[in-house]
Ligand binder design. Sequence first.
Ligand SMILES: Nc1ncnc2c1ncn2[C@@H]1O[C@H](COP(=O)(O)OP(=O)(O)OP(=O)(O)O)[C@@H](O)[C@H]1O
Length: 277
Amino acid sequence: MRVRGLAKRYGDVQAVGGIDLDIREGEVFAILGPNGAGKSTTVEILEGYRTRDAGEVSVLGADPGRPTREWRSRIGIVLQTAEDAAEVTVREAVRHVAGYYPRAKDPDEVIEQVGLTEKAGKRIRQLSGGQRRRVDVALGVIGDPELLFLDEPTTGFDPEARRQFWDLIRSLAHDGTTIVLTTHYLDEVEALADRVTVVAGGRVVAEGEPGTLGGRATAKATVSWSEGDERRSLETDAPTGTVLELTGRFDGEVPGLTVIRPSLEDIYLRLIGAGAR
Ligand SMILES: Nc1ncnc2c1ncn2[C@@H]1O[C@H](COP(=O)(O)OP(=O)(O)OP(=O)(O)O)[C@@H](O)[C@H]1O
């Protein structure tokens, strides 16, 4: 997927102000950014559900500004819960949507994959919020998409459901599905994404792998240790040297030693702070 100079304005709000993206086949790509950054607008344009003002966009080799049925059938979208389906059962909903796709997966297998086998005969309105979200995921993947868009997929999940969901995403990625994930959860980005882009104010402010984003891997580290009753700490570019020096000084185990680099959250907050300025 290739995007160059994507722009979209609503009245006097420049929602997207020139975004470039390259998303490789088979990767899990995360889009991070504060509320109102332009993520949904961007993703909706890529999905073929919103027009753009400017820019070149190619998704699965086609322009999403002119979507065809065949193109749509190769894309899966996990939307927020479809309330109008509340009266049908999980199995009915998944079977129904399967009917729209030329090479749909087996509905019962997909229901199993999202962990809803025990609830398959229940009406969607009788499910909890997290269970409904799993139905959304099932509906998004039933068509066996080459490209899957996930918009804040784990909002409302309990920790166990999130882990199960992550496993599901990893298995889809392992089978070659390209995944574009919008989320506010930084741990989710670390757990799943091969690459991440940070959008703020309608622009890309950083892009990279979660482990090295924004100079994270080479940022100063804070080395802390205990000396008598006191807690000491030192910020350094060369934590290995500091630890060696301490090891010599204490003749072995350094009491209460920690070495901390900025977390993805620290880096993210710095980046969007910079983006706002
Ligand atoms: N249909 C619309 N009409 C007018 N303005 C809109 C419309 N949709 C979005 N906007 C504005 O465009 C900007 C970007 O919105 P967008 O929904 O793309 O952000 P987002 O990054 O997805 O935010 P969130 O994290 O809150 O979902 C915001 O200022 C928003 O108010």
